[in-house]
Design a protein around this ligand. Structure first.
Ligand SMILES: *Cc1c(COP(=O)(O)O)cnc(C)c1O
Length: 428
């Protein structure tokens, strides 16, 4: 289990040999996942084969969407969605400031401008109020789409945002990279069903709820958009004779399509997900309910054990209509009240073998965006960012791991060993 250096971008790992380390997130890959991948490796198709279609069908079923389009990453999915909506120069896309870089970057990659929305300081989420305020700042830009980010697995108010979209004529593309398995509307509506949106994008990076190694997908109920994204993920190529435009080149004298012939009506990319990746994704998807149940149980245990640390440590506020499939377990900590700093807490936890992470530095602070858009006043984002800390959460964790994290955090913040939590060592 030696992690590659690249993985430290997402998960801190202790590189000192032999030490047990609890990262803030990691995959759970089991023997049947390995067997599913091995079967593809021994088969006829390593890419563009049946595993891709099977994974897409299973993901559509799991989310309740009409169509799922698999692709090479969550970022690729966001980019495909932006292309399929014909977003381009002169357009604006509203993105909450507290998100991963990719949500904003794809907007720039299609030549449009990012309008950063503020988020609620207690949830980290953009709701209708923050969206309305961002739209006020759009100026001349034509707002084509809004990208709600279901941070750490929670969603704010999908119905409310969709009502604004219908009213004002923009698309909603959910960045659901944290939220596979989340439901809302009294648990009736799965995220990704696109009941209140145009499309939803998912990531299957190893820290996400299920993994393909690298991979992503877009769900939608719009068949034409799904077909267009399938073309765009494969260079924009068309092999369906009914779509050929260059009839002089496409067909022989008898009107039959030439057997070698393909066309490219618009320029795409290679954003395909291979059969190897999709076989892993399909095998993992079968475990979604179990993984989500385990994540919820661990989050409940954190909630209970951390309660004595209130008000210095509090869980994020829970939007009542959302039933989250926790991707991250995030607490809000008043570091000043505890007489410390976040860096010190993170460093001390790391020395105790516990990984944590901050999701996210508000994206408008990135040098690229500061240069492009200047200073932005988004106080909810700052207040959320200053206090947030993700503690370890992944389905392979044991109850004792949670106890150990709470006990270490308690000691760091209060100077006293905790009473409630056992100091049991990590068992694996
Ligand atoms: C992980 C993530 C992405 C990007 O997904 P990749 O598969 O890493 O490209 C986009 N948005 C959010 C919110 C994410 O967490």
């Amino acid at each position: 289990m030696v992690p590659s250096p690249e993985s430290s971008l997402f998960a801190f790992h202790d590189m000192t040999a032999g030490r047990q380390f609890l990262p803030y997130g990691r995959q759970l890959v089991e023997d049947d996942d390995v067997a599913a991948v091995a079967a593809v490796l021994r088969g006829d198709y390593l890419t563009t084969g049946p595993a891709v279609r099977n994974f897409e069908a299973a993901l559509a079923a799991a989310t309740g969407a009409g169509h799922a389009v698999a692709c090479s990453s969550g970022t690729a999915g966001l980019h495909l969605a932006a292309m399929a909506l014909d977003i381009g120069p002169g357009d604006g896309v509203v993105v909450p400031a507290v998100t991963f870089l990719a949500t904003a970057n794809v907007v720039r990659h299609v030549g449009a401008e990012v309008i950063f929305a503020d988020v609620d300081a207690e949830t980290g989420l953009m709701g209708p109020a923050e969206l309305a305020a961002a739209m006020e700042r759009a100026g001349e830009l034509d707002i084509k789409a809004v990208v709600p980010v279901h941070l750490a697995g929670q969603c704010a108010d999908p119905e409310g945002i969709w009502m604004m979209a219908v009213d004002r004529g923009f698309h909603v593309v959910d960045d659901a990279c944290h939220a596979l398995g989340t439901r809302y509307g009294g648990a009736a509506v799965p995220v990704g069903s696109c009941r209140h949106g145009t499309m939803a994008t998912f990531s299957f990076h190893p820290v996400k709820t299920i993994t393909m190694g690298e991979g992503g997908a877009v769900t939608t109920n719009d068949q034409a958009m799904a077909e267009r994204m399938r073309r765009l993920r494969s260079h924009g190529m068309v092999r369906d004779a009914a779509m050929f435009e260059n009839t002089d080149l496409a067909f022989d004298a008898g009107g039959a399509a030439n057997p070698w012939y393909y066309e490219m009506p618009e320029a795409g990319l290679n954003y395909r997900a291979s059969d190897i990746h999709c076989a892993l994704g399909l095998s993992q998807l079968r475990k979604l309910d179990r993984f989500v149940a385990r994540r919820r149980a661990l989050a409940d245990r954190y909630d209970a054990l951390l309660a004595p640390l209130a008000p210095v440590v509090r869980p994020r506020k829970r939007p009542s209509a959302c039933r989250p499939a926790w991707h991250l377990y995030v607490v809000l900590i008043d570091f000043a009240a505890a007489g410390t700093t976040r860096a010190e807490v993170m460093n001390r936890l790391r020395n105790d073998g516990i990984g944590t992470q901050v999701h996210y530095l508000p994206v408008h602070h990135q040098p690229y965006y500061r240069r492009r858009y200047g200073h932005q006043n988004l106080p909810g984002s700052e207040a959320y960012y200053e206090r947030c800390l993700a503690l370890p959460l992944f389905p392979g964790m044991e109850d004792g791991d949670v106890d150990g994290v709470v006990s270490a955090l308690t000691e760091i913040l209060t100077g006293k060993p905790s009473v409630g939590a056992s100091t049991q060592q990590r068992a694996t």
